[in-house]
Design a protein around this ligand. Structure first.
Ligand code: ZN
Length: 276
């Protein structure tokens, strides 16, 4: 999980260009809402560190539908906005959902949900590239009243301490049972750990990691068999190198980091690499 770069642009210019593509009554409604949208955007920009406290504004059915239409129906300026948001990201992170670190990013999460905040449906800094699953699972979940339920990848300070761990349990087969878990590190404030816990729990990430783990373990085993046949010390050193590289690119709490750490201290895993 790494922070993303917010796409900084003239947000009202984007809204206006999308609005200009609408016709008839919808166009008129959006014209009348322009001042409200502008004020709401300013409010959002001013409190990106306390988004859990933003209060929804009530709109009639027609206004709500017109605002939602800005995102729900593809237009050239909307496509450009989506493309610009993706272009603002570092190349190694651009295609990978940073909520989970597992899947690609064909979709955008509305951090403040568009069902509740339709005026933010095309606000660049409210759109976070993510995978279908994270988007579906998060949906309108957003706050518990005291903090946001998932990390805001543009504005939150993400934990640099390790909180995500993994155990490999070998029983009778050579395929381990993988168990991910969270552990509160000494250097992290309790409230920050609770926020991290909320992120993983809200998005159902630990079970998602469990589903993907064995593919990564098999790939790594095959790699080690080729690179370091029957040399446990070389295997351990290769795994340490893998951990460092993954941490550098994807952060301390990337799920593959947790597995690679578990692999390099598991004698069962290392044996499975030595004995095909
Ligand atoms: Zn995801």
């Amino acid at each position: 999980m790494k922070r993303l770069n917010p796409h900084l642009c003239n947000y009202m210019e984007v809204f206006d260009s999308i609005r200009s593509k609408k016709k008839g009554r919808r166009r008129q409604i959006l014209r009348n809402l322009r001042r409200t949208v502008s004020e709401r955007y300013s409010g959002y920009v001013a409190r990106t560190d306390t988004l859990h406290m933003v209060q929804p504004q009530i709109y009639g059915k027609g206004k709500k539908a017109a605002l939602r239409h800005c995102y729900d129906v593809e237009t050239t300026p909307l496509s450009k906005l989506k493309s610009d948001i993706k272009k603002a990201q570092a190349a190694e992170l651009a295609g990978l959902c940073q909520y989970c670190g597992v899947d690609s990013t064909p979709t955008f999460d509305h951090f403040l949900p568009k069902e509740i905040f339709p005026e933010f449906s095309v606000l660049a800094i409210n759109l976070i590239p993510c995978c279908y699953e994270c988007n579906q699972v998060k949906r309108a979940k957003w706050t518990n009243g005291s903090h946001c339920l998932v990390f805001n990848l543009y504005f939150d300070q993400l934990p640099t301490e390790r909180v995500l761990y993994c155990r490999l349990n070998y029983s009778t087969t050579s395929i381990p049972q993988v168990e991910f878990y969270l552990n509160e590190p000494a250097g992290l404030a309790a409230a920050d750990f609770q926020r991290a816990k909320s992120h993983y729990t809200t998005l159902g990430l630990l079970s998602k990691f469990n589903r993907c783990a064995n593919t990564f373990i098999s790939e790594t085993r095959n790699e080690l068999r080729q690179l370091a046949p029957n040399s446990r010390s070389v295997m351990i050193s290769l795994l340490r190198g893998k951990v460092s590289n993954l941490v550098m690119t994807f952060g301390e709490n990337y799920w593959k980091v947790a597995i690679a750490e578990a692999m390099h201290t598991s004698s069962e895993f290392l044996s499975s690499c030595e004995n095909p």
